[in-house]
Ligand binder design. Sequence first.
Ligand SMILES: NCCCCCc1nc2ccccc2[nH]1
Length: 292
Amino acid sequence: KASKRVYFNNPMWPGEAHSLVVEEVLFKAKSEYQEVLVFESLTYGKVLVLDGIVQLTEKDECSYQEMIVHLPLCSIPSPKTVLVVGGGDGGVLREIARHSSVEQIDICEIDKMVIDVSKKFFPELAIGFEDPRVHLYVGDAVEFLRNAPEGKYDAIIVDSSDPVGPAQELVEKPFFDTAARALRPGGVLCNMAESMWLHTHLIQDMISICRETFKGSVHYAWTSVPTYPSGVIGFLICSTEGPPVDFLNPINPIEKLEGALKHKRELRFYNSEMHSAAFALPSFLKREVNLL
Ligand SMILES: NCCCCCc1nc2ccccc2[nH]1
């Protein structure tokens, strides 16, 4: 069976391309917001692509999903209310469900097709929607947050796609202002924050906005995702003014997480050493972005 190769060229990574061998295309359609593609790859399992950008593969999604959730949630004592912006594939919900202190998980995803496609093709991620603490809102997160009660959330996780489509508004100041207002004092925000190799200007812009909006602390952390061009993705992690948050030394030890397993799947990437290491930054990045 001849398999073909797909090449991912994109203005987000000019001058380079990432490619994967395709065994079989499983789904391809245009939603109200973006093109949604799912295919079986030769070596990374099933792959979810939105507007030509790989969002996740079965093989390496654990790196992104576990780090974007446990870096913030393991940094605050017993998180209870969490909001997910984006995250329609369900992987972030699956990871939040490991925290037994969490009582309510709101998720605001704009594109229903992403949810339906994940439930059909990525059951090991969409399992996150089965947790009884999850409340799903399909709509625009800026609108959702404008109507959210002040100080409602302990943590907000922004699992967005790139700011070149429906997620454009999730890197702009109004969004950060509404997120800060919806967080309790000492609450934490964790956003997907692109690649240190490719997007230091965008990272700097986000940091500048967050330094104004979040009077607690602002940190950049990163992880390895082989199927993201440049091989890494970063996270911008902020806390509002209030009880200080020490992101570099997780207070919720990993044992508590393992113990809270609801769905019998062990952590494949996150642990407390990877947590602390994620905040270690290369010298060029420390020079190019003002993190302290
Ligand atoms: N919603 C999951 C995160 C999606 C991130 C996708 C992504 N991965 C990238 C790698 C390099 C440049 C831009 C990128 N955008």
